[in-house]
Design a binder for this molecule. Structure first.
Ligand code: DAS
Length: 355
């Protein structure tokens, strides 16, 4: 009698184990790479939504705070670094990109989520969009409220990011940014509000899609080169060329520009007024910089629209490049990577029209 009871208990345990294994095998394997930011932030009280400290909570605590993750993926966590993302730099980018590519080359990794501060999410996303060597989903996620706040947005954003990174719909779409149930493309996404939950938008060109009821919905995709179509490879790099940004405004002067060039900048992004217009006070310094071999890219501080080649300046004569629709911070990223390949301005202009 006892033996029969024991046998049936063992059988039940075996069936349970088999069911759990089957469920785990049916779920995608998603690795969460944590880098800091508000999503890992803590405030003094539950109503502290400004003046909190970013980058305090580790990846395991972020995962433990959302037990629902286990329903949508087999999740592993790694703390790559722990910073407020205003402190992001090229060294962190290279470290992150190399780790992403190593993990994505493994057959037991189906997708990656990167938790990140919101201040430079759009830059990290675009950098990775240009250097990730896989079609597998890479989803970057942040939060606008710290984890300790009432209605913190981090947990639901992380849940959405993990289900998106494990979805077949996200395969081949390039690096994605998701917060607030919205899905944005890395190339065009930008932070549009200093503090609201819906801050990440793709003004004019629009979201790629939404996440609703634990399911991603796509309505368009980027037409520019990214990930496996990209010629850029950081595997052998331990630094990136210095490229700086000069901001255009009324009554501008060339002091900052001259300082960047003197400090050894290999490229300058000029975030001009309007359609990338150049103030007469800085044009001579730009010409001088170009003569020294510094590559000049005309972008715009406006943020939307195409910077027309030979529109507000004779780019053919000046041997300048135009940024197409890339804002200054994204143009800087593309120029840095382009300079790892060539200093030929005709080649670089082609790159700005392809990526
Ligand atoms: N300082 C911001 C950052 O780390 C906090 C955030 O919004 O994530 O980008």
């Amino acid at each position: 009698m006892l033996a029969r009871k024991l046998f049936s208990q063992i059988l039940i345990l075996f069936c349970l184990a088999a069911a759990i294994t089957a469920q785990a095998q049916s779920l995608p394997n998603v690795t969460i790479l944590a880098t800091g930011g508000t999503i890992a932030g803590t405030g003094a009280t539950s109503t502290t939504t400004v003046g909190y400290t970013a980058a305090k909570i580790g990846v395991e605590a972020l995962i433990d705070a959302v037990p629902e993750l286990k329903k949508v993926a087999n999740v592993k966590g790694e703390q790559v670094f722990q910073i407020a993302s205003e402190n992001m730099n090229n060294e962190y980018w290279l470290k992150l990109a190399k780790r992403v590519n190593t993990l994505l080359s493994q057959s037991d990794v189906d997708g990656i989520v990167i938790t990140h501060g919101t201040d430079t999410i759009e830059e990290t996303a675009y950098f990775l969009d240009l250097v990730v060597k896989s079609r597998k989903p890479v989803v970057i996620v942040g939060a606008m409220r710290p984890s300790t706040a009432i209605s913190a947005d981090g947990p639901i954003n992380l849940y959405n990011a993990v289900l998106l990174a494990g979805s077949k719909e996200a395969v081949g779409k390039g690096v994605l940014v998701t917060l607030n149930d919205q899905i944005n493309a890395a190339r065009e996404v930008t932070k549009t509000n200093t503090s609201t939950l819906d801050t990440f938008k793709t003004p004019e060109l629009g979201y790629l899609g939404y996440i609703q009821g634990s399911k991603p919905f796509f309505y368009r995709q980027s037409t520019r080169k990214h990930t496996v179509e990209s010629q850029f490879d950081v595997s052998g790099l331990d630094q990136l060329p210095q490229v700086d940004i000069v901001y255009g405004y009324a009554n501008m002067n060339p002091i900052a520009l001259n300082a960047f060039v003197a400090a050894g900048a290999k490229g300058i992004i000029h975030a001009g007024v309007g359609d990338g217009s150049l103030n007469n006070t800085v044009l001579p310094s730009l010409v001088e910089a170009r003569k020294k071999g510094v590559v000049i890219v005309r972008s715009s501080r406006v943020g939307q629209g195409i910077v027309a080649r030979n529109g507000e300046a004779d780019d053919d004569k000046l041997d300048f490049v135009v940024s197409d629709t890339l804002n200054a911070q994204k143009a800087r990223i593309l120029l840095m990577l382009a300079l790892t390949k060539t200093t030929d301005t005709k080649e670089i202009q082609k790159i700005f029209w392809e990526y």
